[in-house]
Design a protein around this ligand. Structure first.
Ligand SMILES: [Zn+2]
Length: 255
């Protein structure tokens, strides 16, 4: 038996069927992007079915019809550019972003000023696929972004949010879990906050306008999700200073 064509099932007033927290998508379970009439049909943006619904996603029936029942999510694979040649130069740092389960996910290669470009620092990303690191233009397309050290979060009640991996790594040396996003100030994404649900969060802003804006953004995003949120401006920081500078200025110790 084949399912009736989607246009026989889906009403015209699609706006009325936008998903929400109260009425999440019957296929992917999320509350944005998709359309759903509970128990009847869904047009999901995330989970593919045989029926592509124009540009708007995929049509699924929700009434038990085997033809369009829930299928496992298939993430779009990042395009693998044929032209990817890893730079010959050694990166000055490599930061690994793992899945929440601790598996390799993607990594960020940092090249200091003068290594790839004489004028500026350069960061390249590589995605882990089948035992290989694949980079190049577009390699992060469709890849779910995570925060740095997300896999450690379950083991800590108190967690710091800082602006870069260098600060995370230094605090880690002191047994403190700090996390950051992979693309710098003001790019905290709302979905990162869920990973910090129920935690005591301390945000350590860099001492510049972007740093303070970033701290505000993170704090607002965590509101109602974290157990508590504090923004702590470290005393005596120079302009653009961060917790790394602060620890170094105190002779490399935390008191
Ligand atoms: Zn969906």
């Amino acid at each position: 038996m084949t399912a009736p064509a989607a246009h026989h099932v889906v009403p015209d007033n699609l706006r009325d069927y936008r998903v929400s927290r109260e009425n999440p998508c019957g296929i992917c379970g999320k509350h944005d992007w998709c359309l759903c009439q509970p128990g009847v049909w869904a047009i999901c943006q995330r989970v593919e079915s045989e029926h592509r619904w124009g540009e708007a996603g995929w049509f699924h029936r929700l009434d038990g019809n085997e033809h369009t029942n829930r299928r496992p999510a298939t993430r779009p694979l990042p395009s693998t550019p044929k032209s990817y040649h890893r730079p010959q130069a050694e990166p000055s740092a490599i930061y690994h972003y793992n899945t929440p389960y601790g598996d390799p996910h993607y990594r960020k290669l940092r090249y200091n000023k003068g290594v790839l470009n004489p004028e500026r620092k350069v960061c390249l990303f590589e995605v882990y696929r089948d035992g290989e690191w694949i980079g190049g233009r577009g390699c992060m397309t469709g890849v779910e972004r995570v925060i740095y050290r997300v896999e450690q979060i379950p083991f800590y009640d108190s967690i710091f949010v800082v602006e870069g991996e260098k600060c995370c790594d230094l605090l880690w040396d002191f047994g403190i879990l700090a996390v950051c996003n992979d693309d710098g100030a003001k790019h905290w994404r709302r979905e990162y906050s869920q990973a910090l649900a129920g935690k005591v969060v301390t945000i350590l802003p860099d001492n510049d306008p972007d740093g303070r804006a970033h701290a505000d953004l993170v704090a607002r995003s965590l509101f109602g999700i974290a157990k508590s949120i504090k923004i702590v401006s470290l005393p005596g920081l120079g302009l653009k200073g961060d917790v790394y500078d602060w620890i170094m200025a105190s002779g490399g110790s935390i008191s």
